[in-house]
Design a protein around this ligand. Sequence first.
Ligand SMILES: Cc1ncc(C[n+]2csc(CCOP(=O)(O)OP(=O)(O)O)c2C)c(N)n1
Ligand SMILES: [Mg+2]
Length: 283
Amino acid sequence: MQEQITNIKKLNKIANNIRQNIITMLLKAGSGHSAGSLGLADVFTALYFNVLKHDPKRPNWQERDRVILSNGHICPVWYATLAQAGYFPKRELWTLRQLGSPLQGHPRYHSAPGIENTSGPLGQGISVAAGLAYAIHELQKSHENVFCVTSDGEHDEGQTWEAVMFAAKHKLPNLTVIIDRNNIQISGQTEQVMPLDSLKDKYQAFNWHVIEIDGHNMEEIIAALNKAKSIVERPVCVIANTIPGKGVDFMEYNYEWHGKAPNTEEAERALRQLSNLSSRTSV
Ligand SMILES: Cc1ncc(C[n+]2csc(CCOP(=O)(O)OP(=O)(O)O)c2C)c(N)n1
Ligand SMILES: [Mg+2]
């Protein structure tokens, strides 16, 4: 079983390390999605190092909690977190997006240990997660949790809301959706492309329990995800307010970094900033 880390400074340090690996991966790949990947490093750290019941040495363990990634383009953070937790060697990270690599630009089911779903076409992940949660709870009569990471931009898609209705109908006790509320999507600010506010009111209207958090506050993330596990009357939506490009000043809040990788000079600047941050938060 993965050791549960409760020391917040240690967790923040792991998240920072994951961010540095994301920058190096994207630099080597020469393409990929920087903003969302960096923005979700804290959520992924909380999941894999504190909240989930899982075992990196037994990726197919029947009793594991599941993570489904709906917004597949931010998979560099998933890959970097899985490697950090020991699912596969870190050197694999440097093959991101290369021909023949298990770590492609969008995730493929079981291409590497820990990859639980295929994604890329947006808007499908909550359907996958709700089906999985239903199968675990209703058919297997078991208790494993399913955490689905999704994005705000995906809430422009009709299928997302079909899955939200399905989960509410079945009052799925083991399903938690985590929304990366970073206010950007591919071509601009979400509220300009397709207004989404209030996501909280919308999910509540669909009979979900909603918790809204600062997606960079490790204590808040952990508390929300543990609370989500304890709520069994209905599915839970955690709205994680995040900063796209978090930790790299020239990427933060800028939608132009949605689908762009840093060049050598930009990567050096980014790594310098992140390692300065890491020395300030050292344990
Ligand atoms: C069905 C579908 N339509 C369009 C795209 C192209 N696309 C890729 S990412 C993206 C933006 C989605 O918004 P979000 O996930 O919030 O972006 P981020 O916050 O990561 O910048 C779009 C439109 C896609 N992958 N799938
Ligand atoms: Mg977004």
